[in-house]
Design a protein around this ligand. Structure first.
Ligand SMILES: Cc1cc2nc3c(=O)[nH]c(=O)nc-3n(C[C@H](O)[C@H](O)[C@H](O)COP(=O)(O)OP(=O)(O)OC[C@H]3O[C@@H](n4cnc5c(N)ncnc54)[C@H](O)[C@@H]3O)c2cc1C
Length: 429
């Protein structure tokens, strides 16, 4: 068991983290990445001199000390990164309301609506909370009231998830939204302090190259094979495509729904999860359509767009994350940003909307990513965990956002990768 060989499928943050940790523990690892560029969702390209986060705009932060220590052992905060304060806003009724909206109710233009939001909050703050929320929808209504739900939470989240919110379970929310109760919301609206709102107030961002810099630096020294894995045979070890090298373990970071056709049918049959694999076939995910634009200079980091009249749900001011993201030839009063649309669009379908949005946007480039947001339903978690365990018992580890079907951020992916590596290293010894 000493000279074990491990094959990692996928060169996104999950795959590269696993590779780095295992390699540093003396293990022979190969990463297979189908694209000619590493990074998966966090990959970036230069378009007309500007950095394009092809999927949204990626910044790094974490609450986990273990992840933090590991990450910063490869980078220098001072030399490689910039630290920025989040400055997010909601664009509603032609005004910019600081994020989160529930703590800035006086900034809502329609005063009748802000009055009704406060009345709702007073009413729901008197209701004894001893129930479990039935769904995401139930959670939002119970905590923010129907007026704020209808004004902001429902339209924004419907755009993003493209799904009835009462069919979305709550577990993906952990740490993603500030969990404060209606009474606190009312008090904080009177004594608002800027640090009240966000779970992550500050973030780090590379001086050069965006998140592509992160992945490329982490991947230094890792053996990468830029091939798509389409078949994994099992014969007392794993064989990839037609390569002859035998691997003792596989770490899979691609889409969970594709595992069934990837591995030897006879091997999967022996796992006795036939029904579960059928069920996960119905899992849904959303893609995103992203448009890199030139825009007027501003000091925002994110702008949320809840209104139905816009198809887009967010503008990410990537040009503000680092000045180096902008082409040197841009005029002094111009910067760049990414406009994000959930779902599949053609450029012609969104072109006219860009001129309706603030900041005088002019498009530079666009990209459609087929798989960006995982969507869970009430049964899926248990089923996925069973599949994961069955694979793990057979030395196949599922790791990452789409392999585990979890609403992971970069830091969650690193944490999940650490767990997989700990397990393999423990088995080895
Ligand atoms: C719009 C958006 C914005 C986000 N913003 C942030 C943010 O600001 N901060 C943050 O921390 N997180 C953010 N996230 C989350 C973050 O992008 C993901 O958690 C993370 O990138 C997932 O990494 P991964 O390695 O698990 O998966 P992926 O990035 O999907 O990587 C999987 C890799 O596997 C490869 N692959 C798949 N199948 C095969 C095969 N058969 N053969 C070979 N290669 C294969 C793919 O090509 C891909 O490169 C955001 C996500 C989205 C969608």
């Amino acid at each position: 068991m000493n000279n074990i060989k491990i094959c990692i499928i996928g060169g996104g943050i999950s795959g590269i983290t696993c590779a780095k940790i295992l390699k540093e523990n003396g293990i022979d690892v190969d990463v297979f990445e189908q694209s000619n560029q590493l990074g998966g969702l966090i990959s970036c390209e230069i378009h007309k001199g500007n950095l394009f986060h092809k999927v949204g705009g990626h910044v790094f932060n974490t609450k986990s000390k273990k992840v933090n220590d590991w990450f910063w052992s490869y980078f220098s905060k001072e030399k490689h990164f910039l630290s920025a304060k989040r400055n997010a806003s909601i664009f509603l009724d032609d005004v910019f309301i600081p994020y989160p909206i529930e703590l800035n109710i006086s900034r809502i233009k329609d005063k009748e609506i802000s009055k009704n939001i406060i009345l709702d909050l007073i009413e729901i703050s008197n209701i004894e909370k001893n129930k479990e929320y039935l769904s995401f929808d139930d959670f939002l209504k119970c905590n923010f009231g129907n007026t704020l739900y209808d004004l902001y939470f429902k339209p924004y989240n419907k755009k993003l998830w493209k799904k009835d919110l009462s069919t979305i379970p709550l577990d993906w929310l952990d740490g993603k939204l500030p969990m404060i109760n209606p009474k606190e919301i009312i008090i904080k609206n009177i004594n608002f302090h800027k640090s009240d709102g966000m779970p992550h107030q500050y973030f780090y961002y590379p001086k050069n190259g965006g998140s592509q810099f992160i992945i490329d630096r982490l991947a230094k020294g890792v053996n990468i094979n830029h091939s798509k894995v389409f078949k994994i045979k099992y014969d007392d070890g794993f064989f990839i495509n037609s390569f002859r090298k035998k691997y003792d373990y596989v770490i899979y970071t691609g889409n969970l729904k594709k595992i069934r056709n990837l591995f030897d049918k006879s091997l999967i049959k022996s796992f006795q999860i036939h029904n579960e694999l059928e069920i996960i076939n119905n899992l849904r995910s959303n893609g995103t359509f992203n448009v890199l634009c030139e825009c007027d200079k501003n000091d925002y980091s994110w702008i949320y767009l809840p209104e139905k009249k816009f198809l887009a749900h967010r503008i990410i001011m990537t040009g503000n994350f680092s000045e180096k993201n902008n082409d040197k030839r841009l005029k002094k009063n111009r910067s760049t940003c990414v406009v994000e649309f959930s779902g599949e669009y053609k450029f012609d379908e969104v072109k006219s909307e860009l001129s309706e949005l603030p900041f005088n946007l002019s498009p530079i480039s666009f990209n459609f990513c087929k798989e960006s947001y995982v969507i869970n339903d009430f049964k899926s978690r248990e089923i996925i965990d069973k599949i994961k365990l069955n694979f793990q018992l057979n030395k196949i580890h599922l790791c990452g956002r789409f392999a585990e079907w979890r609403y992971y951020n970069i830091d969650n992916c690193i944490e999940a990768s650490m767990k997989v590596c700990d397990k393999i290293l423990f088995d080895k010894n």
